[in-house]
Write a new protein. Sequence first.
Length: 368
Amino acid sequence: MRNYLEFEKEIKSLEQEVESLKNPFGSEGISEVDTQKIKNTQEEINQKLKQTYDNLNSWQRTLVARHEDRPRANFYIKKIFSNFTALSGDRFFGDDKSVIAGFGTIDNKSVLVIGQEKGEDLNSRIERNFGMMRPEGYRKCIRLMKLADRFKIPVVTFIDTPGAYPGIGAEQRGQASAIAKSIECCMSLKVPNISVIIGEGGSGGAVALASSNKIIMLENSIYSVISPEGCASILWRDPSKSLQAAEAMKLTAKNLLNLGIIDEIIQEPLGGAHRDAESIAQDIKFSLMKNLRFFDNLSKDEIYDHRKTKFLKIGRSKGFTKSSHLGDEGLGYKEPIFSQARRHILSNKYIYLGLGMVLIAGIVALFN
């Protein structure tokens, strides 16, 4: 049974009408199927879907990103990669079911695949902790990324999490440290890493596995430092202002591409990825193959520098970072000329004050 969002009510009623038209066993017994009416209604559904999804606001895209029927990482891993072998455990505490990790092949290349998994029904969602990773999950990923780096195997990550798990046990086992070390590991790899945001990319829980050479987003996925509800609660003390928060946060794929945070958007089927999961899986596979080939002729140092430069450039032309510059040694700061002049005057104010008094005295003496 298909699930519908609040803004899809008209589409729901039309699709229910199509289903009833397809059923020859009506209340009055067997009747002839009206194929022409089915065709016309289906065309109306497609028009409604296009009209609705072409005009989604940021909050509605957030709801689509969280859709119950949206394909999860486990689905994409099965459809895209061959010979996938899952590996478990962080060698410290245990295994984390909210992340799937292992080695597989794509385009005749071995890759390390990591996927944050939310689950597909109530039982699996509880088992997967709704995609919220614990410290042992991040440590498992770090262990496998280092292994992949040692054997020159590229890394592919699927991002779909509301954020890292904030429970007491997770904090006691070093959640913040695990996230920080995961980001450090991603950034220091000498093999290419590619991240695909397939649903929610929430906070540090997502960044920990999305600090990559290439970041790809599905059209209706989101990527942000906090949820719109959390942002609204902090700024306005009112979670109902999620729409305003979502718009202000610039969390959609289109916004993030314009800001230079991500590198590519994969268009979703009409009505979202959940309406044609097989098609979107093939599109992701094609994109991954294309992006992996991009790094074929780059050395390990060039791959590392590509990632480093990408992140250092983010935001340099925006706001207070406008006067930063990227040199051979990384990001530096070029102080604006007016700031230099102001700082020089303030540091030598008594000298300039004395010179000013001498000048005034000279002018007075000249006119006397």
